[in-house]
Ligand binder design. Sequence first.
Ligand code: HXC
Length: 260
Amino acid sequence: APYETILVERDPENERVAVLTLNRPEALNALNLTVMDEVVAAAEALDRDPGVGCLMITGSERAFAAGADIKEMRPRGYPEMYLTDWFTAWDRLGQVRTPTVAAVSGYALGGGCELAMLCDILLAADTAVFGQPEIKLGVIPGIGGSQRLTRAIGKAKAMELCLTGRTMDAGEAERAGLVSRIVPAGELRAEALAVARTVAGMSKPVAMMAKEAVNRAFETSLAEGVRFERRLFHALFATADQKEGMAAFTEKRPPEFTHH
Ligand code: HXC
């Protein structure tokens, strides 16, 4: 296998769906630098592949990821953290243009919660546990958690989680708006695959633009965001897939998108 800490497969039922599974069971999928490099490299390679329409990221039943690897970080000093720009490569996962689905079962703590929040659609098993407990280790989130959690669930809960380190169960995470849906743990993989297959069945450029438009909401004013959306919307009328999608509706048949 080309990777040490992750498994990368194609969905046998739909080759347009790629599944990336974190695979460090001995450390509850703790995110060390190898995991980071491998996840980012795999995601970027899949992103460049026009044959991939959706990327699902998952862990094990017990842990999506129990955080950044504490044992690896423990001996480091400030100059090294700064010089190596520790964890900045994770930002590249957020730059991936192909839609991503996180399927979270068990622990999604610290960097694990941050990794899930770097994905576009977050599905949780009823066993999922989310939190940013870094403060208990004498640090704070370092992969965007203070920003993405606050945008996702608001200041009140984000502050409480980041300041006390307490965790949220799946129900609280759903009510707070962190996850799109909760499913029974035994059905998580199948359900996430179903979502990924649905997304992968759309026109890839259209799905990419939908993702870009939603993400723009976090980066700009309402008026600019609406303008950005409208430019993309108009641009889509230059695609074959807009013609096909609307023709298929009119002709009462499923569309056959060509991703052009
Ligand atoms: C390294 C970890 C780990 C982690 C678990 N392990 N989490 N190793 N880094 N984040 C290891 C344990 O040391 C142990 O190894 C094995 O995985 C199993 O974990 P246990 O603790 O024995 O399991 P359990 O008792 O079930 O408890 C599960 C747990 C607990 C509640 C999730 O492991 C835990 O609290 N983990 C740390 C959670 C955390 O603080 N995450 C935030 C990390 S900081 P051995 O060898 O003993 O079997 C972070 C910072 C982000 O993410 C950015 C900062 C720059």
